[in-house]
Design a protein around this ligand. Structure first.
Ligand code: IYR
Length: 234
């Protein structure tokens, strides 16, 4: 595990640089957008993974994509812990299953359990050991300098959520399957992965190929009409 020194931009004078991305012809924009839409509509959350290895650099590249996400005050309040060590994955699974046993035995409450029924989830988390890679995403609730001083971070949930969305998109477009797993509570992850006190686990993302017998719930997505409201005649 490596960490990189990071200097917050707080208090620095505003400086700008030119930004001139090439403008695509409209036809190319339309074709790219339609192709991307079709590919993303194929994405499914996978809970049954093959233990087959995946190209490690592809996962690192997807993390690098996630780290391009916009963030509140450009504070980039995230840490991605990339775990391949089988023993660490096993410990994460054991601790997650212990928490989830209580959750599914009643802690979630009947309404929540009812909402989860169509997904077929339970306390058995084979994906945490079958998937060859785990990315555990931590949110930096505040900035913690090496000398112990702290500074507020803004819109941390929103920023980390956007980054996770970009991670999932990058993984899917690279041909890899993933799952956003949110064991509750997640404090055990800070301990197992030795994260500093300013960081809080946000999600565990198992990554790999679907197992040959992978099944996913028979779900449909809301149509565009159901999720989009247009104002204006463009
Ligand atoms: N965290 C539990 C329960 C769970 C909750 C939601 I909301 C889901 O969409 C899926 C599962 C688990 O991971 O099983």
């Amino acid at each position: 595990m490596t960490t990189t020194a990071w200097e917050p931009i707080h208090g620095k004078p505003y400086r700008s640089v030119g930004y001139r991305p090439p403008r695509l012809p409209a036809q190319e924009t339309l074709a790219t957008a339609a192709a991307l839409r079709a590919r993303m509509e194929q994405r499914r959350t996978v809970r049954q993974f093959s233990p087959d290895p995946v190209p490690t650099q592809a996962v690192r590249d997807a993390i690098a994509v996630a780290a391009t996400a916009p963030s509140g005050a450009h504070q980039q309040p995230w840490t991605f812990v990339h775990v391949t060590d089988p023993q660490v994955r096993r410990r994460i699974r054991e601790a997650a299953e212990e928490e989830e046993r209580d959750a599914y035995a009643g802690r979630l409450g009947e309404e929540w359990l009812e909402a989860l029924r169509p997904l077929g989830t339970d306390e058995v988390k084979t994906h945490l050991t079958d998937a060859p890679h785990l990315v555990v995403v931590f949110q930096q609730r505040y900035y913690l300098a090496p000398d112990g001083t702290t500074r507020k971070h803004y819109y941390v949930n929103e920023s980390v959520g956007i980054a996770v969305g970009m991670l999932l998109t990058a993984l899917h477009l690279s041909g890899l399957a993933a799952l956003v797993h949110t064991p509750s509570p997640m404090r055990f992850l800070s301990e197992l992965l030795h994260r500093p006190v300013n960081e809080k686990a946000f999600a565990v993302i198992p990554i790999g190929y679907p197992s040959p017998d992978c099944q996913v719930p028979d779900l449909t997505r809301k149509s565009l009409d159901q999720v989009m409201v247009e104002i204006g005649d463009a």
